[in-house]
Write a protein that binds this ligand. Structure first.
Ligand code: NAP
Length: 250
């Protein structure tokens, strides 16, 4: 579901639908006008939550300012929360229980696993603490026995904190905020940033010579986000998310 016509969101939805087509997942595009109210958006999502033909729901965010994003996410049936944005999914993740993960944090952990990055006892610095990205990725790293520090807009001495990290996750939304000389030689750098002009939150060319592994923008974390979305949609379908409410396998 896309509310409004934010150009970046339009592109993301198009990319996600293309990937659905390629992988054989049927997708339905619900487009709501920019002036949609919270109650209209909630009602549209509830409709999908109750639709037996739907296994997964993605509400593209950010939503327009007059829409209460949390209220809209709350209307997503937990079994269909393939983007991992509901409080139910967040709580399961926080308790270390199986569930649908927020896609970008899930993609970052999969990348670290694929490259066999050792996390136990390592210092991970996550720059950003949003509820769907920074905060959950830090919690997932903590669950892997990393020692986690969060940086945010009020953090003092961010360059020094990042310089002590074995693993850096940049999830800020500020082009090239993290400079190359902040990176400890040999650190692993994951750049979730996706700013105008395909610029990440890390100064890639500066950091390239210092990091042992670094994700590019585009083609790094963003791709993983979509992959996790598709994977979780298949999982939800296999568990019968489209069955009548309350009957899906847990
Ligand atoms: P958000 O909700 O705006 O959160 C940004 C975070 O960065 C906040 O915690 C904020 O701190 C912190 N921050 C802002 N300015 C800072 C500064 N100067 N120094 C340190 N921290 C600072 O953004 P988001 O949704 O987490 O997204 C972050 C980035 O990831 C964006 O570029 C977004 O486009 C991208 N993203 C990518 C994907 C993907 O698929 N690759 C998916 C989602 C998002 P406060 O909490 O103190 O305000």
């Amino acid at each position: 579901m896309l509310i409004g016509d934010d150009p970046a969101s339009v592109t993301y939805v198009k990319m996600k639908r293309n990937c659905c087509d390629k992988t054989g997942i049927d997708s339905r595009f619900i487009e709501l006008p920019a002036a949609t109210s919270t109650s209209e958006a909630v009602s549209a999502v509830r409709h999908l939550s109750e639709d037996l033909g739907v296994d997964g729901i993605l509400v593209q965010h950010p939503v327009p300012p007059q829409v209460d994003e949390r209220a809209v996410f709350k209307a997503i049936a937990p079994a269909k929360d393939v983007d991992g944005v509901t409080m139910h999914s967040f709580a399961a993740m926080a308790f270390g229980l199986p569930g649908l993960l927020s896609c970008t944090p899930g993609g970052i952990i999969r990348l670290l696993d694929a490259y066999q990055v050792e996390l136990v006892g390592k210092h991970a610095v996550v720059v950003g603490r949003s509820p769907i990205l920074g905060k959950p990725v830090g919690m997932l790293l903590l669950a892997r026995d990393a020692t986690v520090t969060y940086g945010h807009s009020r953090t003092r001495g961010l360059p020094e904190i990042v310089a002590s990290a074995d693993v850096v996750v940049a999830a800020v939304g500020k082009p090239e905020l993290v400079r190359g000389d902040w990176i400890k030689p040999g650190a692993v750098v994951l750049d979730a940033g996706c700013n105008e002009g395909n610029v990440g939150d890390v100064a890639f060319n500066e950091a390239l010579g210092r990091a042992s592994l670094i994700t590019p923008v585009p083609g790094g974390v963003g791709r993983m986000t979509i992959s996790v979305l598709l994977d979780q949609t298949v999982t939800a379908a296999e568990k019968g998310a489209g069955l009548p409410l309350g009957t899906a396998a847990s």
